[in-house]
Design a protein around this ligand. Structure first.
Ligand code: SF4
Ligand code: SF4
Length: 221
């Protein structure tokens, strides 16, 4: 019995630890008092997040500038927060935004609802929708946090021309998905020059309108 009591004392640390037990919780506080203070100078200095951080979404383009979104709505169906609203329309020879039949005419993401789970990008069959590292998502109004297509479209990179424009001559939509289209060709550039840059496709953040303001009922609230 005496041996058992001694063993219990050893486990509990003896009378010394019993004496300091009430103040032991302050150990963490004291330790932190002598550590270097870390102050984030946000927003003047932005610390880059980890590469796989889920931030603002981006609607991607093919290498010639056509949009990858085909308006299939799978992202909207996959979203557990009902934060995405998509409305598709048919491409025509005079007004083509993506290879194939359809494109996303209206595309909205409601960042008041989004929980950044990434299910929408997993559901997208064309890799049109991905997530960036951008975490600056603030606004002064509820409406301002509903991002429209022109806010989400990726920028025009080198080799791209703004949609709408025809596909690369002699190609089908399969060629786009096989990666055989690598940049806009002279026929596409000539078409865009002849028709002028439409207000419908401008680099993200330049303040243009893509699908135009959606009617009120279309806003995914
Ligand atoms: S990240 Fe999640 S919550 Fe946000 S839009 Fe995509 S599926 Fe919806
Ligand atoms: S982003 Fe992808 S899943 Fe969503 S409508 Fe466009 S193609 Fe379909």
């Amino acid at each position: 019995m005496a041996d058992r009591q001694d063993a219990e004392k050893d486990v509990n640390g003896g009378w010394l630890s019993e004496l300091f037990a009430p103040v032991a919780g302050f150990g963490v506080t004291f330790r932190e008092m002598f550590r270097r203070t870390v102050t984030e100078q946000y927003p003047e200095q932005k610390v880059p997040p980890q590469p796989r951080f889920h931030g603002r979404h981006q609607l991607n383009r093919h290498p010639d500038g056509l949009e990858k979104c085909i308006g299939c709505e799978l992202c909207a169906w996959a979203c557990p927060a009902d934060a995405i609203y998509v409305e598709a329309a048919d491409n025509t020879e005079e007004e083509r935004y993506s290879p194939g039949e359809r494109y996303g005419r209206v595309y909205q993401i409601n960042y008041l609802r989004c929980i950044f789970c990434g299910l929408c990008i997993e559901a997208c069959p064309t890799r049109a929708l991905t997530m960036t590292n951008d975490y600056d998502l603030t606004g002064t109004s509820r409406a301002g946090l509903i991002h429209e297509k022109q806010d989400l479209l990726g920028p025009l990179l080198e080799g791209m021309v703004p949609a709408p424009h025809p596909m690369v001559p002699g190609t089908t939509e399969r060629d786009y998905y096989r990666g055989t289209v690598v940049q806009a060709v002279s026929e596409q550039r000539a078409w865009v020059e002849a028709h002028g840059e439409r207000a419908g496709d401008v680099p993200a953040g330049s303040g243009g309108t893509s699908a135009g303001p959606a009617p009120e009922g279309e806003v995914a609230q």
